[in-house]
Design a protein around this ligand. Structure first.
Ligand code: WNU
Length: 152
């Protein structure tokens, strides 16, 4: 049997390895480990669809996903990058208060994502100015690359 405590420790240790969160104090990481959910996906499943409303932030604990986006020039979404363990996604809809701006499609079976809801995301980010500034900057950069590739 895997106890609640063992699971908590596992998530805590994993969160500690995520570069985005490296500046957060341990108590904060422990809180996040307490409030996250785990979601499982198989190859081909959409984790996020562009245009939908979204209230969650994801960190990949296992597996790989593709980021795809529809542009003016193509009817089908095109892959813009892949993300793996320790990478994260879904922050843009939360930070820009907008709908999802790209698709996230699962590439590998038994992919595991740690999921943080908007309230906990705001608590995680809001109290750390550097983290907030970093993500805001990054999200603005994403918007600029969306414009460059003529994303719809
Ligand atoms: C991109 N354009 C857009 C990625 C993940 C985290 C950071 C890049 Cl800090 P959302 C769709 C998600 C979006 C981003 C992710 O896809 N994404 C991109 C792009 O070029 N989105 N519009 N590259 S990977 C990535 C930086 O997380 O958040 O909630 O859902 O819009």
């Amino acid at each position: 049997m895997r106890t609640t405590k063992a699971r908590h420790e596992e998530y805590f240790n994993f969160l500690r390895s995520v570069s985005l969160l490296k500046e957060l104090p341990e108590e904060k990481l422990a809180k996040i480990a307490d409030c996250l959910e785990v979601d499982y996906f198989n190859r081909g499943e959409f984790i996020i669809r562009e245009g939908e409303e979204g209230n969650t932030f994801f960190i990949i604990a296992k597996g790989e996903v593709s980021v795809t986006q529809t542009t003016e020039a193509h009817g089908q979404p095109k892959e813009i990058k892949t993300l793996g363990v320790g990478d994260y996604f879904g922050e843009k809809a939360l930070i820009s208060e907008d709908v999802r701006s790209a698709n996230i499609v699962c590439n590998t079976n038994d992919t595991q994502c740690l999921v943080v809801d908007r309230e906990n995301f705001n608590q995680m980010v809001g109290t750390y100015e550097e983290l907030q500034a970093y993500l805001k900057e990054y999200v603005e950069e994403l918007s600029r690359s969306d414009v460059k590739r003529n994303a719809l």
